[in-house]
Design a protein around this ligand. Sequence first.
Ligand code: PMP
Length: 406
Amino acid sequence: MLDVQAIRKDFPILDHKIYDKPLIYLDNGATTQKPRQVVEKIANGYYNVNANIHRGVHFLSQAATEAHEEARETVRRFLNARSSNEIVFTRGTTESINLIASCFTDACMSAGDEVILSVMEHHSNIVPWQIQAARKGIALKVIPMDEKGVLNPDAYRELFSDKTRLVSVTHVSNVLGTVNPVKAMIETAHERGVPVLIDGAQAVPHTRVDVQDLDAEFYVFSGHKIYGPTGIGVLYGKEEWLDRLPPYQGGGEMIATVSFEKTAFNELPFKFEAGTPDYIGSTALAEALRYVDRIGMENIAAYEEELLRYATAGLRTIEGARVFGQADRKGAVLSFLVGEIHPYDMGMLLDRLGIAVRTGHHCAQPLMRALGIEGTVRASFSFYNTREEIDAFVAGVERVRKMFRV
Ligand code: PMP
């Protein structure tokens, strides 16, 4: 299906040895490795096309501006947004959500108004709303889930009231892997006239996202989780909604005219991009999106689904292993515990075998509380992982289990 060995050659870090063992990188949910094409784009940007963008009349500034705006167009195409005015570059998912939490609350909410979140949100889709709750007296309503890690659709519908102003939920859980039925959830919200923000951090790297088809008002993701650089991400927003919101930060780029008496703000998307943007990062992110497109999102999704199935089956052969997240539709995330072995012990011992997994609460402490645990071990997969790596991972977990004699 995929020529994984050829793909792996694009990722030099995958050839590294850790404690003299081949690196098996299963922490892709936290961040992905970067292909040469992306790293070379960054180097080429700084070596050959570096000048501050916009407003520059000189050659290099215009070339850099063009590259940045072409990157915006690549993101637009990738998400199938209507207009590149709907693509705002941010530092990542976290900043995108903070931007909406701050600006949406200012423009559209008053004390007593409500935002619906889900129990499986990452802290970055909880804390920004709590900050606004403290500032403006808005209330947070939380969609519960069942024991498989599936959100309860009836409970979701019942949370709406005439005070509901926004639904803000994750597309794919970074802990359980649950793929939430966001299209249906958006429809439910729209039937009640409520706009929706989708946290796509764990979805965009693994599945085709078409923002027009989903019809969410806002959709956000991070570059570094989709083979792009750190420090750059995207806020997609429907033009009519972004137009309604006030600016997030003030500074250069986001203004049309400034005097000490009155400032007029720039048009979209620049209104939300105060200061010098990461114009090298944007072009490298666009390169990452082209890389993913060349492999084909459908191929990636099918391959990763198969890896997840294989890994889940492998883990089930281990005595005392418990998998968290049993939804029918799951992203490439496998959270588990084995007996009473502490996740940190498992993670540290797997590390000695060259296997990188993540351990702990995964920035989702309310979810951990709902599951009645402190943390999990999480293996998360990419199209560059192989069945052989999964075999080594499962053998590693079994070895740790034997050490603890559980
Ligand atoms: N939401 C989800 C579902 C995530 O998995 C993450 C990253 N772990 C974030 C938000 C935050 O992304 P970032 O740290 O790139 O802003």
